[in-house]
Ligand binder design. Structure first.
Ligand code: AMP
Ligand code: ZN
Length: 468
């Protein structure tokens, strides 16, 4: 499996630190609003990387944070006159709904910055002790960038070039820094902002420290993959490397993966320019599977253009795959019998599409080529499976097509809607089980309903239910 590593600017063979296991950290969104379709790109791309690795038998420990303390969250909280946790909790819940509709698996752990302040204070303390950070007179703590000799290795920037570009900072009031390149680890409280006690001043963390700390806590000092959108390479990821490697004395992440940006009608997405869509906006017009399919139709390192025409094309493309799967399912219920010799040979041919698919994914997750292999498979099943086929043959073709789609997180089988009468019947059965003190069965029914998106609520007036 080859991964393009931003650090070496080349494709490298992927060798995990521990055989069979992958430690992966993906920078998550700042939760002050509904996520936009640009935010959905890294979610979908790296979820697909995870799914492919799991398909190959690797155990992936996938950590993705929510940044829940930030200027934009605080601004919104002040506007609404609520605590900033009200804003972040609201948008974390909304983000999780979008992720589910995009079929993005929940991370193994989704840490929140505000729950990890202790770890941040520890790491900042270590950096000060080791001479990599210092507190200014007002209690702001800065990272001493020049003390980390390898600074710039990820973004391939040279410290002196950076110094030139940053000279303006010196005149913009940040003169308590020893050097314009130094960046903030901890900053003093401002009126109306959330703040925590610290040895330097009451305040809150800078943005970069949270990822270094959460990655260390949930995955360890050294991890396999660190990922995010390409805008994060500098300064966010460069600063994370400096903090983690200076504090821990170990290589932070072996492979750095970055997705290219999503543009709209060939322009940068921006609210003020009026070309801005949330994932929720798109869900009003399309099943979000279409958005997922659209995102994967390009290689993750290529810029991706979003337009109404391209979404229509994605919708039609996905429909071709879903229709082929429906046709196979329909045949499955009609045909019988075992494989003929001719069918065995035909299945060998079909396996060739899976090989092509895997080759594409092994080559730095080229989902565009993997999807071409799915289309070849669709064409093949449309031509070869019919009422004269054996059940074993149709089953095998369906399993392969479904597998190819599933690795990309595309769902070919629509979840059957559970009818109101069936829900009522199960609720009655649960009531009977409870009366008979068969609580195991009662719980089983509750969980079964939950899996189908039905939430039960026991009230004084009896059991109420709703579709989640
Ligand atoms: P943010 O909430 O801005 O920190 O973004 C969360 C994630 O979305 C980061 O990995 C960003 O790099 C990524 N991201 C933001 N905008 C876009 C975009 N237009 N295209 C692709 N990725 C984006
Ligand atoms: Zn991060």
């Amino acid at each position: 499996m080859k991964i393009y590593n931003t650090l070496s600017k080349s494709k490298e063979e992927f060798i995990p630190l521990e055989e069979g296991k992958v430690k992966m950290y993906v920078c998550g969104p700042t939760v002050y609003n509904l996520i936009h379709i640009g935010n959905a790109r890294p979610m979908i791309v790296f979820d697909t990387v995870r799914r492919y690795m799991e398909y190959k038998g690797l155990e992936v420990n996938y950590v993705s944070n929510f940044t829940d303390v930030d200027d934009k969250i605080i601004k919104k909280a002040i506007e609404e006159g609520v605590d900033s946790s009200v804003i972040s909790e609201r948008y974390i819940a909304e983000c999780k709904k979008d992720m589910e509709a995009l079929n993005v698996k929940p991370a193994t752990t989704h840490p929140l910055a505000t729950n990890e302040i202790c770890g941040m204070l520890d790491m900042i303390g270590t950096l000060i002790e080791k001479g990599h950070a210092y507190a200014a007179a007002d209690g702001t703590v800065y990272f001493r960038t020049r003390s980390f000799k390898e600074y710039g290795k990820l973004s391939h920037k040279n410290l002196d070039d950076l110094q030139g570009g940053n000279r303006s900072l010196l005149v913009s009031g940040e003169d308590q820094k020893e050097d314009p390149l130094d960046f903030v680890l901890w900053k003093p409280r401002k009126e109306g902002e959330p703040a925590w006690e610290s040895p330097w001043c009451d305040g809150r963390p800078g943005w970069h420290i949270e990822c270094s700390v959460m990655s260390k806590k949930y995955l360890g000092d050294e991890i396999d993959i660190h990922a995010g959108g390409e805008d994060l390479v500098f300064p966010h990821h460069e600063n994370e490397i400096a903090q983690s490697e200076a504090a821990n004395g170990k290589t932070f992440a072996r492979y750095w993966m970055h997705n290219a940006f999503l543009n709209i009608d060939n322009k940068k997405m921006s609210k003020s320019a009026g070309n801005f869509f949330t994932v929720r906006d798109i869900s009003e017009k399309y099943d979000l599977q279409v958005l997922r399919f659209f995102m994967l139709s390009a290689h993750y390192r290529s810029p991706l253009n979003f337009s109404a025409d391209l979404m229509e094309a994605a919708k039609n493309g996905l429909e071709r795959i879903v229709t082929a799967a429906e046709k196979l399912r329909d045949l499955q219920s009609k045909v019988t019998g075992e494989l003929t010799e001719a069918e065995k040979a035909s299945l060998e041919e079909a396996k060739g599409f899976m090989t092509k698919y895997e080759e594409a994914m092994e080559d730095d997750f080229n989902t565009a080529d993997a999807i071409s292999a799915i289309f070849e498979m669709v064409k093949f099943t449309n031509t070869n499976a019919n009422a004269d086929s054996s059940k074993a043959y149709v089953d095998a073709l369906y399993a392969q097509l479904n597998n190819m789609a599933d690795i990309c997180g595309l769902i070919l089988e629509k979840k059957a809607e559970i009818l109101d009468e069936e829900i009522e019947k199960l609720i009655q059965e649960r009531q009977d089980a409870r009366k008979a003190k068969n609580f195991a069965r009662a719980d089983e029914i509750r969980n079964q309903l939950l899996e189908q998106g039905i939430v039960l609520e026991d009230t004084r007036e009896g059991v109420k239910w709703k579709r989640a």
